[in-house]
Design a protein around this ligand. Structure first.
Ligand code: AMP
Length: 289
């Protein structure tokens, strides 16, 4: 695996490789788990070269405490990437990503996609995400960009940026959520959970499953109320930011089961040691749209 630290070095090398090789790119913030590695595997299967970046991007953290506590496990990450035959690892410093203030001054018109849910609860978060991925795509010539559906709103926003703001020929590919055996969606932040919190965190997945199992049988608003009670009854849930059913095309909330062909249930909640998010299709299929 080739490892680069400098934007110019990786850019020059990949530009030349790109003349004859397709490139798949997996941007991450490290503390890699099986979810990240599934993106690497998918990229390996679909491209000649797979590039992974690890960069804990300060501009997307609205909570300084979350940034400070974000797990950093570079040696372990490198081993995992080697095991999965990742071809190229990019480990930039902040100076390489934001070499001058104009890059941090960039703003993105996200056509309302950032107004709700994660965007509403984490002011500035998606502008920071766009900033870093835009910059990474300038550095890394990319044919296919692999993103996890766990961060579904992030996927929609980055696809919007690539298609409608940058107009670049990058295919943005959503990848299935990888879960622990008991259903908890894998997340780098899970390592911060205490034993009790880890146990209680399962209510998020259970509530989503409950919605999936009962969707279409009872009015959605009743189901949502029941699912919200399930989540908030767990001791470690300090605050439920949202539990909603949306149309995955634009993340607008739906009132009734028949309002959209595909329905996505989304949830975000604070536990003492971490804020967790998850989602699940409860009607139709994401591949439909
Ligand atoms: P992060 O390091 O958290 O910024 O995540 C890097 C990429 O991995 C993003 O595209 C995430 O959506 C994706 N990802 C994170 N967790 C999972 C998971 N459990 N399953 C699939 N993809 C994931």
């Amino acid at each position: 695996m080739k490892v680069f630290h400098k934007a110019n070095d990786i850019h020059t090398w990949l530009r030349s490789e790109h003349l004859t090789h397709s490139i798949g790119f997996v941007p991450t913030m490290g503390a890699l788990h099986a979810g990240h590695l599934s993106l690497i595997d998918r990229s390996k299967a679909e491209n000649d070269l797979t590039v992974c970046s690890i960069f804990v991007n300060p501009t997307q953290f609205n909570d300084p405490n979350d940034l400070e506590k974000y797990p950093r496990t570079l040696t372990d990450d490198t081993d995992k990437l080697l095991q999965h035959n990742c071809d190229v690892l990019f480990l930039p410093t902040e100076e390489e990503i934001y070499p001058d203030p104009s890059i941090k001054a960039r703003t993105y018109d996200l056509a309302g996609l950032e107004d709700r849910w994660e965007g509403a609860n984490r002011p500035g978060h998606f502008q920071g995400v766009c900033m870093v991925v835009h910059r990474l795509l300038e550095i890394i010539p990319t044919d296919r960009l692999y993103l996890g559906q766990k961060d579904f709103q992030q996927f929609l926003i980055l696809r919007h940026m690539v298609r409608h703001i940058l107009h670049w020929p990058v295919q943005v590919i959503p990848c299935t959520i990888v879960r622990e055996d008991d259903g908890l969606a894998m997340s780098s932040r899970n390592v911060r959970l205490s034993e009790q919190e880890r146990q209680d965190s399962l209510v998020l997945h259970r509530a989503l499953q409950y919605l999936q199992q009962h969707a279409g049988q009872q009015p959605l608003q009743e189901l949502l109320q029941a699912a919200k009670s399930m989540v908030t009854s767990a001791d470690s849930i300090q605050k439920l930011d949202y539990l909603a059913i949306v149309n995955p095309v634009d993340m607008a909330p739906v009132e009734d089961f028949d309002d959209a062909a595909t329905l996505l249930a989304i949830v975000a909640a604070h536990l003492p040691s971490a804020r967790l998010i998850d989602n699940q299709v409860i009607k139709g299929q994401l591949a439909d749209w």
